[in-house]
Design a protein around this ligand. Structure first.
Ligand code: PLP
Length: 488
């Protein structure tokens, strides 16, 4: 493809993408395909001779689009949102066109310099303490692919700091602390690094928040057994129910354990810190006061197209010392001068995408005001949904609504205490089965300490009040259907 052919194909792609967004609402959220649907349409090997690009572009329309789950659909309430904006898309397009894996300053100065500044913009937007800013020259922020990558990098840094302070520690005694509600990123870090993971229990009556006493008891128990917990991955906004670990209590405990690194995983809820009214509930002050690292994904609820996971660290030397490997071919006078951040030492890979570009486009286009408006709108929509559930005689919230997430279940009036938990769970699994058999709406299920429940997460840019109301009506109708079948 030459430049003019690219121009033509590019204009066509943009036209088709616009058409896709114009018709999104009329599509089903979930594709009508079965596993293996694509296999029969795509040959097992790449073609020997290059093909006409128009055929390829048409195959995207005919084969790929019908197999997409439409995360940007206004009736997508599953998982957490993957916010997407045209501004972010254009940022990705430019990034792709420059195609420069900016691993250090010399490899593409703009990549490093824009990321350094964007991470400071984002930190200020969320109200992070100046110690986390790149301009502090001690702490700093970096964009990673995912919250799981962020956690893995941080566990490596924490392990290295712990081993520096305790050279006698054996690797097999080191333990990563999580709660039973921490995202699987904690378990995965343990798997990758060959380290033990202890998931500390959290309770329904604490709304699944990790409490200081429970943490303290675990630390004391492990100390007696010669174990060495070296990092706690605390969560602000858990995946299942949006629970917020009790950072004030954790801070008290951490004061007695200065070698325990505290990482805050706020992959989903962290962007809500942009609104000052949320900061108390999200424990910003405590987080600023003692957390060693903090992560939030702008690619979830934060309007930036996947991928854009923002990680800040209080003392960058811990990360860099743990990950620095510098072969001769990467040395240059400017990089060695220490005048610029060498981001290759802040993550696991060497090459890195120019992700700050889309963050820049989004933050400039929306402004802090527009960003906050988006967050507040989702919270308001979720409050409306939670209000409808609260008024229902057959549905009930399992935990209080958390920002833009509600967790509920089917509990017909009068049966609580009469029906066993197992029987209620069966009803709820059947409700989820009915909801997931539909293609016009998408929600996900979870299990909270043995209670089967359904999650409703708002945040797709095009979701409006009517879609939320429609979602509630569908849930209520399917719930009635489950009850009717049960009574028969
Ligand atoms: N942490 C929390 C609280 C999450 O909800 C999720 C995903 O939903 C993750 C981490 C994982 O994010 P990522 O896919 O960026 O690793």
């Amino acid at each position: 493809m030459d430049v003019e052919q690219f121009r033509k194909a590019g204009y066509q792609a943009v036209d088709r993408i616009c058409e896709y967004y114009y018709t999104l609402q009329n599509r089903s959220v979930i594709p009508k395909v079965e596993p293996g649907y694509l296999k029969n349409h795509i040959p097992p090997c790449a073609p020997e001779a290059g093909e006409d690009f128009q055929l390829i572009a048409d195959d995207y329309q005919n084969l790929i689009l019908p197999g997409l789950t439409h995360w940007q659909h206004p009736s997508f309430f599953a998982y957490f949102p993957s916010a997407c904006t045209f501004e972010g898309m254009i940022g990705d397009l430019y990034s792709s066109s420059a195609c420069n894996p900016g691993f250090n300053w010399s490899s593409s100065p703009a990549c490093t310099e824009l990321e350094v500044t964007m991470m400071d913009w984002a930190a200020r937007l969320l109200g992070l303490s100046p110690e986390f800013l790149n301009s502090s020259t001690i702490g700093g922020g970096v964009i990673q692919t995912s919250a799981s990558d962020s956690a893995l990098a941080v566990v490596v840094a924490a392990r290295s700091r712990y081993q520096r302070n305790h050279p006698e520690a054996k690797l097999e005694d080191l333990v990563i602390y999580t709660s039973t509600q921490t995202h699987s990123l904690g378990a995965k870090a343990g798997l990758v690094l060959g380290l033990q993971v202890r998931a500390i229990d959290v309770k329904l009556e604490d709304e699944f928040s990790l409490r200081g006493d429970t943490l303290k008891a675990a630390l004391e128990e492990d100390a007696k057994m010669g174990k060495r917990p070296f990092i706690l991955i605390a969560t602000v906004g858990t995946t299942s129910s949006g629970a917020i670990d009790n950072l004030p209590e954790i801070q008290e405990v951490a004061r007695e354990h200065p070698n325990l690194w505290v990482h805050i995983d706020a992959a989903w809820a962290g962007v809500a810190l942009s609104c000052p009214e949320n900061r108390g509930k999200l424990y910003l002050q405590e987080m600023n006061g003692f957390a060693d690292s903090f992560c939030t994904n702008f690619h979830k609820w934060g309007l930036v197209n996947f991928d854009c996971s923002a990680l800040w660290i209080r003392d960058r030397s811990n990360l860099v010392d743990a990950l620095e490997v510098t072969p001769v071919f990467l040395r240059s006078k400017k990089d060695d001068s220490g005048m610029a951040i060498d981001y290759r030492n802040w993550h696991l890979g060497l090459g890195r995408r120019f992700r700050s570009l889309k963050l820049w486009f989004v933050l400039r286009s929306f402004g802090a005001e527009g960003f906050r408006k988006h967050i507040r709108r989702a919270i308001e929509l979720n409050d409306n949904f939670a209000g409808l559930i609260s008024e229902s005689k057959i549905l009930s919230l399992v935990t209080p609504p958390s920002f833009a997430l509600s967790v509920f279940r089917l509990v017909p009036a009068g049966v609580q205490g009469v029906l066993s938990l197992a029987a209620l769970n069966e009803l709820n699994r059947s409700l989820f089965g009915r909801l997931s058999a539909r293609q016009d709406i998408m929600l996900t299920q979870t299990n909270l300490n043995g209670i089967s429940c359904i999650r409703f997460a708002v945040g797709a840019a095009r979701t409006e009040e009517l879609h939320v109301r429609n979602a509630y009506d569908i849930v209520a109708e399917e719930a009635e259907g489950v009850l009717q079948a049960w009574r028969e």
